[in-house]
Design a protein around this ligand. Structure first.
Ligand SMILES: [Zn+2]
Length: 252
């Protein structure tokens, strides 16, 4: 098991390195495949040795080797975060292959969604769409009997927002709703505690910002995607236990 967790961590680091490219280029409408990455400051082409997850950033002390322009700490953080999340999913869902697969797909999507929503205040369809398809395919292949439940929860949590947009015949930003659907496909009934955690954390942070910057600051809205991602992560590990505890001890 230890070897598998180390392998997952290393794979996560490498995938995190690719997610950095996605986070940087996708909102600009650029290809995530070609060309090779360059320093945005001087155009210096990033070589393989300068592209080792986390380590290169540390050795270069967060600066371009050529022009010494600072490289955002977001790069090593995304790599480290993805590595830790991959290891945590494999360790936390160890005896359940389907859960591992759904969890890895989920966290791999949540990392760029969080980073892009924080910076650009939107959640791209080109991330939520393929993620939803990957979750359904993995669910059907590895846990066929559980798939109807996950599909149902995805429709329950995301459906009302789409219905509302349809009724109001207005193109609303449905990025958050689509992310909720993705969470339902990955978490099943655990999507409910995930949403509670997201709304609770989002409200707390919203109140905190208002208390510091006054009521006007409500207009400089905080993106909700990162809170949904936080709720999804917590719920992936303990959401089912929370639901079971609620059903057994609170209702039952
Ligand atoms: Zn440079």
């Amino acid at each position: 098991m230890f070897a598998a967790i180390v392998f997952a961590a290393i794979t996560g680091l490498v995938i995190g390195s690719f997610l950095n490219v996605v986070i940087h280029r996708l909102p600009l409408g650029e290809s995530v495949v070609t060309p090779r990455s360059r320093c945005p400051h001087c155009g210096h082409e990033i070589t393989a040795i300068e592209n080792v997850p986390v380590l290169s950033w540390l050795f270069l002390r967060g600066k371009c080797r050529e022009c010494k322009a600072p490289i955002s700490p977001r790069y090593p953080l995304v790599e480290l975060g993805t590595g830790i999340l991959w290891a945590a999913v494999v360790a936390g869902a160890w005896d359940d292959g389907a859960r591992i697969a759904l969890g890895l797909i989920l966290v791999t999507a949540l990392v760029p969604i969080t980073a892009i929503d924080l910076e650009h205040r939107r959640i791209p369809n080109v991330i939520t769409g393929p993620t939803a398809i990957a979750l359904i395919v993995a669910g059907l292949a590895l846990d066929l009997s559980g798939e109807p439940t996950r599909l149902m929860w995805a429709v329950i949590v995301a459906g009302p927002f789409f219905a509302l947009a349809l009724i109001m015949s207005r193109s609303m930003g449905l990025g958050d709703a689509k992310l909720m659907g993705v969470m339902g496909l990955a978490l099943g009934r655990a999507v409910i505690p995930a949403l509670f955690i997201a709304f609770f954390a989002g409200t707390l942070v919203g109140l905190w910002i208002m208390s510091r910057h006054g009521r006007q600051s409500r207009k400089t809205a905080v993106p909700f995607g990162p809170f949904l991602a936080l709720g999804a992560l917590i719920a992936f590990f303990v959401g089912d236990d929370i639901v079971q505890w609620y059903l057994d001890d609170v209702i039952g």
